[in-house]
Design a protein around this ligand. Sequence first.
Ligand SMILES: Nc1ncnc2c1ncn2[C@@H]1O[C@H](COP(=O)(O)OP(=O)(O)OP(=O)(O)O)[C@@H](O)[C@H]1O
Ligand SMILES: [Mg+2]
Length: 432
Amino acid sequence: MNAPWKPGAPGNRDAFNAFICDDAALDVLRPVVIEMGWQPEKCNKGGLRNAVQSLSISASPNILMVDLSESGDPLSDINALAEVCEPGTVVIAVGQVNDVRLYRDLLASGIHDYLLKPLSPGQVRDALVNAQAVFASPKAHDPSVAKRHISTAVIGTRGGVGASTIATSLAWLFSADEKMPTALLDLDVHFGTGALALDLEPGRGLTDAIENPGRIDGLFIERAMIRANDNLAILSAEAPMNTPLMTDGAAFVQLEEEFRQAFEMTVIDLPRNMLINFPHVLADINVVLVVAEMTLASARDTIRILSWLKTNAGHVQPVVIANKVQAGVAEISKADFEASIERKIGFTIPYDIKAATNAAKLGQTFADANRTAKAGVAMREVAKAVMGVGEGDLIDEPGKAKTSLLGKLDLKGMLSKKPKGAPAKAPAPAQA
Ligand SMILES: Nc1ncnc2c1ncn2[C@@H]1O[C@H](COP(=O)(O)OP(=O)(O)OP(=O)(O)O)[C@@H](O)[C@H]1O
Ligand SMILES: [Mg+2]
């Protein structure tokens, strides 16, 4: 019972639970359970159905013994169990059907062992000791042995620059291409497009989390998140416009904490306004992708956001991404943009309307739908760079200051460098 992206064991699990149909088997089981140091009252009368019912409202135990005797279709019932059973739980099935094919199918569906009735104390003891050893051994996605976790926030410097396009693309690339368990958190609570880009309904998960931050735990995120592929789970909302965002931001921090336990990558689509209201959302973020376009307004806000990050989140690694870049059509040249922000642009993604249309039509992320387009390739480079974080290589160093930088705020100066005769442009209107 261990879907790859599910969260790790919370601290409130029971060591052992059993759901056994008949008294004879319970009489064999209880003394062994006492020997193991567990509570005999955790041996319940009942079968698989009762186990599913009980686990749907409470935390799963470390080891679960479940009786299949009264189940008409053990395999499909086991699947129902998998849906409510937290990861890491070691499940031992008990039954009266002596069929090697059933045994194999049960093992294939995640059951650790199958004990044939009538039970004997020796057989039960061996199975429980073995299950305990398996539970204690490190697992592939056990958070305590997790290699590392990288949290990336994607912030658009202006509305519509493509922050969500990049966030969803990265989440897809980490999860589908790299097979890394990934969480995508869309914090644009009213107007988010994370689910839309993946052709999914956002569900109520994020709304529930905001309303009841106290409920957020491994089990909650497992149930509340929408699965986009085997390794990608997303949490987003389309909150009604007459519902203001009522939160102190505690839910966001709590979610990030749970994601760190349960996934290898977190991608947060973070509207820039969130920095003002909930600066602590960046407390444990590793990388901030600052998405810009080559406009005056975007240059100004890139400067402001980078400066804010330096003061308020000095631990994050900011990377500036220029998106929707069109040769010769920029309001500001790349060189002037870099000079004004006193930093190199880390990655440049070209403007590609065909690619954007293609992604929308297919209901796929931009990077997934446009693998050979230059813009898609550039997004894959961003994904690779983010994955390299923590391995020592800085992915975007502050620009080596060229002499005579334009003053940080001498933005108008950049416009006046336009060729003679070019119409003076007003700053791009804010789109958010
Ligand atoms: N490189 C690109 N070339 C062409 N179109 C793009 C590119 N990147 C994004 N787009 C398109 O730009 C539009 C806005 O993108 P997106 O929603 O990702 O921006 P955003 O910064 O998240 O906007 P908002 O401020 O509303 O959150 C979308 O229609 C998207 O398909
Ligand atoms: Mg967006």
